[in-house]
Write a new protein. Sequence first.
Length: 256
Amino acid sequence: MNIHIDSFDTSLLQPNVLDMMNYLHKYLDEQWCINKKNHSYILKKQNNNFSKFDLKIKILGKKSKFHKNFQIPLLGEHNVRNATAAAAVALTIGISKDIIKQGLKEFKGVQRRFNKIFKYRETEFYDDYAHHPTEIKEVLNGVKEVYKKEEIICIFQPHRISRLKDLRKEFSLSFKKANSVILCPVYSAGEKLKLGFNYFDYAKEIIKNSKVKVFLVKDQYQLATFIKQNVYGKKIVIGMGAGSISNWIRELPNLI
């Protein structure tokens, strides 16, 4: 659990408010770091509407407690783990179990975390912020768990040249739960670095390591053409990345 108070401008806060924030930062970080190995969950049911699970949570100085039937309107074990962390912290600071349950059940998620954008010829299109190998695998694992029969297509736009260079192999191994990958140009995010390897060869590396089909597109217009010519029926398409890919997905309906 990472709380980055230093990421915010606190210069306008009253001293007592800042003191309270710093206290909570230290307290919650310590509580979670000490106890995270003792918090666990049992995933009971998952579909395209919700994930249902039980929790085992240990609070410092108290016995472990088992809490049943928590529910979040999100799929994927990564979301269940996040909910487990939130519930553990909430219980630690004295929030009642019923309030926590209700809050999790009504949680609408955050933007760019497997948000459904539109439907086209029975294919559902989603947008997700995943731009790291671990995130990509987590999202695809969750999607595959729910959509067992549908073909899964990942539209991936690598974010930052440096990240792709550093994690080249890890990225190439991340798409095993997808059927196809549409590989977009790297979003440089202002970096002036050279990639240092042939992008077409890298596509072949993904094919080899993730056992998927890979198609390369040059821009959002070529992507739209590919979608129009090749995507139909009950499929799941997920745009992934931290750059312009979110806009590409949202603009697709006007281009196809």
